[in-house]
Design a protein around this ligand. Structure first.
Ligand code: 5GP
Ligand code: MN
Ligand code: MN
Length: 480
């Protein structure tokens, strides 16, 4: 395949700079994960991203990396915010796809025997699938408010409490959101999807904590063995997708000069300081807010479902947001580059922010231990809570992995697996109750389509970019 890869040290591989590459590329992986990464276009894609103007230090591929639109999923690219560029493909179509975890004080014992009832009730009350309909029906005015204010809108409208905002990246409201830069078409797609999971890879999963590896950090996060938690994974729905699409087309047309310098058209980027860079940033920030409201409404609805099923108030069940973290975003951040503070558009696509202890952007409640990082595995495997590691600022612009990462395409998955069989097996062998709008979704998301999340997390922990805190295991799961 002609791509040179040199081992720098354990878990760090480098594609050396050559030709028009502006910096080297780095892959963070163990040997078995690297073999999987070599199976698709990931290496070629991460190498291509080093051609983007203003790329700083290295383009970085996380241990869960796999091929994506232009820029790999599991990719981090920090591009100079004054002399570089911003690239929608390096954020991803599902702007602010991300995960949030809610704690409860229920134990697995209290839930056992009621899984079917709980999964049915969640499925009936949390909108999912391709069909329209969200938790709230809103007009375009409300959409504009959501885009501008994020979770603050949800608080005002009775879908959140104050603490929910404090335990969300950017406190649930990204600054610099500009609803006017989101197209009417995007708003129309979003307006009846406010509070909906969507289809495919998105899910709501009730889990039990199986391991706490770090007692002190576990305590700070309020996690204990056997505790029930809820993990929610979804993004900005049609609104984000349309926004990505709108700006890709505009950038391709207006910045052809830059496009022609890039090895892949899918990396289309707007030069920093250009009108389109500003417009995309404002629109992306707005879509980020939309996604946070989406996850917030789903979480709040989940509280109500638990209230009905367990006949207790959600406050009694201490259903508090542990943390919400994005894994498809770009953000203007200030980073130390060779002793100098520089403003960078940090693109994290299928990568999670992982700020270490002491960082001012880590919520007060967690500042002494580091930012919570949530890494889903699959509906048949563990998921993890990590904390931002000491080395993340030096190695990855404060980032780590976002999941196990796909091993095979959706088409391949449907050849390999049959949804009904997967569901039966999970229920009979693992007592995991899965309910989905379509059997095809279950096949496409079968545990076997994903890499080994334990190995991904081990690499993150060994590198000190995200340290293991706790592991969870699915109890029941709803999907689109
Ligand atoms: P992505 O955002 O790239 O689609 O997915 C994030 C990660 O979620 C995947 O890499 C995979 O490891 C994980 N994942 C996908 N489906 C499920 C599920 O049903 N349950 C859990 N716990 N994780 C999942
Ligand atoms: Mn998504
Ligand atoms: Mn995602």
């Amino acid at each position: 395949d002609g791509i040179t890869l040199e081992k720098v040290r354990d878990y760090v591989w480098e594609i050396p700079q050559e030709g028009d590459m502006r910096v080297p590329a780095r892959v963070l992986a163990s040997e078995p994960l690297l073999e999987e990464i070599k199976d698709d276009k990931t290496l070629e894609q991460i190498k291509n991203t080093t051609h983007l103007p203003g790329i700083t230090n290295h383009a970085i591929c996380m241990p869960d990396g796999h091929q994506g639109y232009g820029f790999p999923v599991g990719g981090v690219g920090a591009l100079d915010a004054e002399n570089g560029c911003i690239s929608p493909g390096a954020v991803g179509y599902d702007i602010n796809c991300g995960v949030r975890m809610m704690r409860t004080n229920l134990t697995y014992d209290e839930l056992q025997g009621r899984e079917a009832e709980l999964v049915d009730s969640l499925f009936a009350n949390v909108p999912s699938g391709l069909g329209g309909g969200g938790i709230v029906e809103a007009g375009i005015d409300a959409v504009d408010e959501i885009l501008a204010r994020g979770v603050d809108w949800a608080l005002e409208n009775g879908h959140a409490v104050e603490e929910d905002l404090l335990h969300c990246e950017d406190e649930g409201m990204r600054e610099g959101a500009d609803p006017d830069k989101v197209s009417q078409k995007a708003k129309d797609r979003g307006k009846n999807q406010i509070g909906s999971l969507g289809s495919g890879n998105h899910f709501l999963e009730v889990q039990r904590v199986t391991d706490v590896f770090d007692g002190d950090v576990g305590e700070a996060y309020g996690l204990e063995e056997d505790q029930i938690v809820v993990l929610i994974h979804c993004g900005s729905r049609g609104l984000g997708h349309q926004t990505c699409n709108d700006y890709l087309r505009k950038i391709e047309q207006q910045h052809q000069g830059l496009l022609n310098q890039l090895p892949d058209k899918e990396l289309a980027a707007a030069p920093a300081g250009s009108q389109l860079a500003e417009d995309y940033y404002g629109a992306m920030n707005a879509a980020i807010n939309f996604a946070w409201v989406n996850r917030q409404l789903i979480m709040h609805r989940t509280r109500q479902v638990f209230e009905r099923v367990f006949d207790r108030s959600w406050q009694e069940m201490e259903m508090e947001l542990l943390y919400d973290v994005a894994h498809n975003i770009a953000k203007k951040e200030s980073h130390d580059v060779g002793g100098e503070q520089r403003e960078l558009y940090v693109h994290r696509k299928g990568a999670t922010r992982a700020f270490p202890a002491g960082h001012p952007e880590v919520p007060k409640a967690y500042r002494d231990v580091g930012q919570p990082v949530i890494i889903p595995g699959s509906m048949g495997a563990g998921s993890y809570v990590l904390r931002g590691g000491e080395n993340s600022m030096d190695l990855t612009f404060g980032s780590t992995a976002h999941g196990a990462g796909r091993l095979m395409s959706r088409t391949q998955a449907k050849d390999e697996f049959w949804g009904g069989d997967v569901q039966d097996q999970l229920e009979e062998q693992e007592q995991i109750y899965v309910k989905a709008q379509s059997g095809a979704t279950v096949a496409e998301e079968a545990p076997g389509v994903y890499k080994d999340v334990d190995e991904v997390v081990r690499v993150s922990d060994e590198l000190g970019i995200g340290d293991k805190v706790a592991r969870t295991f699915p109890v029941c799961n709803i999907k689109g």
